[in-house]
Design a protein. Structure first.
Length: 382
């Protein structure tokens, strides 16, 4: 397979509703899409990165700059004859988290293109030791106004989802009201975890423990900022009350993961494909966590388009032993998408292997170009 052109586009994806957590309030997101083309201008494959400054320090502009450096490398695989060429190339790229969304965008495009060229699915080129034909996604409830939470709860009820994550902030009384509102709006039985997005200190976390126990919460995602000196004490205290802390913003790379495992403050990790540098690195992180007897979740970035949703689906199916899954929220979250097919999950959060080669998503170029704020092209000059 010969690649002649790499198009990199910064796209603005509008949300169907406002979506908030303790670190951001958003009406849209800006992601970076990579399209690989042959000598005739035909699209070989597509990839996506979802840079979030508060997670990996990346922005759409730094991602585009990094992709330029990656594509300009002498080792960039303009010609790919086997999947090993892609995997070997990824191993040459920086381990720093400031490159993760960039690597994810170019890597998912390369994997998608190569698999489509061979008329196979991307998952065919990876171990099936933990593969399943279907998985069940959970839902995420935002930190926001009562009106917004009621609207999202209505969508969750209609979708029949019973695995929920509630975004919390630093305000105890606001959080208490959120729990009450959710219990009123979703009357059927559900499993609930919370995501704090670094909003607490130890004192605030300790104050929340009785409230969490009262609402049958046993998993707290990223309660404090990365490297907080209060984490070990809060981890011990929460553990004594039956709580498990899940690392997210603190776990963006293999080096992060290894450090967390040695420190033992976190008992669980959230793997997100863009945050962790693509499919290959995410799978390796999952393998390391299994060997370390650390459970993990397969999550997603807020505002993934159908391209990343499809790649996340492949990761989820290959890691069916994950504790829970998040993603494929396309039609629930986005006002407009960039793929021709809807990648959203079905009733109850059930999702299956996507049809078609590659990651199973066909990009809609006209939509991508309409939503693009900027674009740059790189050509094979060899």
């Amino acid at each position: 397979m010969q690649i002649k052109q790499v198009d990199v586009l910064k796209v603005k994806l509008p949300f169907a509703v406002e979506f908030s957590h303790s670190l951001r309030k958003r009406l849209y997101v800006k992601n970076v899409i990579v399209l690989l083309k042959d000598s005739s201008g035909n699209i070989l494959g597509g990839g996506e990165g979802a840079p979030r400054t508060y997670v990996t320090g990346e922005s759409p502009d730094t991602v585009i700059q990094n992709i330029g450096e990656i594509v300009g490398s002498e080792k960039f695989p303009w010609e790919i004859n086997d999947i090993k060429a892609v995997k070997d190339f990824i191993d040459t790229l920086p381990e720093s988290k400031e490159f993760n969304a960039s690597i994810c965008a170019i890597e998912t495009a390369l994997l998608d293109a190569f698999a489509k060229n061979r008329d196979k699915r991307v998952i065919d080129f990876f171990s099936h030791s933990h593969f399943s034909n279907s998985i069940t996604y959970g839902g995420v409830l935002p930190l926001g106004s009562e009106e917004l939470v009621i609207k999202i709860c209505s969508l969750i009820r209609k979708a029949g989802i019973s695995d929920l994550k509630l975004k919390l902030g630093p305000d105890y009384f606001q959080n208490k009201s959120l729990f009450k509102l959710v219990s009123e709006q979703i009357p059927y039985g559900y499993k609930l975890k919370v995501d704090v997005n670094c909003a607490w200190d130890k004192e605030n976390g300790v104050r929340h423990i009785p409230l969490l126990k009262e609402n049958n919460v046993s998993i707290i995602e990223q309660p404090m900022v990365s490297g907080s000196p209060e984490m070990p004490d809060f981890s011990k205290y929460s553990g004594e009350h039956g709580m498990v802390l899940m690392a997210d913003e603190s776990a963006c790379s293999m080096s992060d993961i290894k450090e967390l495992v040695s420190e033992r403050s976190y008992g669980m990790v959230n793997i997100r494909i863009s945050k962790c540098g693509g499919l290959i690195r995410s799978i390796r992180i999952a393998e390391f966590l299994r060997a370390s007897n650390i459970p993990f979740q397969i999550g997603c970035q807020l505002g993934e388009s159908g391209i990343l949703s499809a790649a996340g689906r492949s990761l989820s199916l290959l890691c069916s032993d994950a504790v829970s899954f998040e993603g494929s929220y396309d039609k629930l979250l986005l006002a407009e998408n960039v793929t021709k097919d809807d990648i959203s999950f079905g009733y109850g959060g059930t999702a299956f292997q996507l049809e078609g080669p590659g990651f199973g998503a066909e990009v809609d170029v006209s939509k991508i170009e309409r939503m693009a704020e900027s674009s740059v092209c790189f050509f094979n000059k060899r």
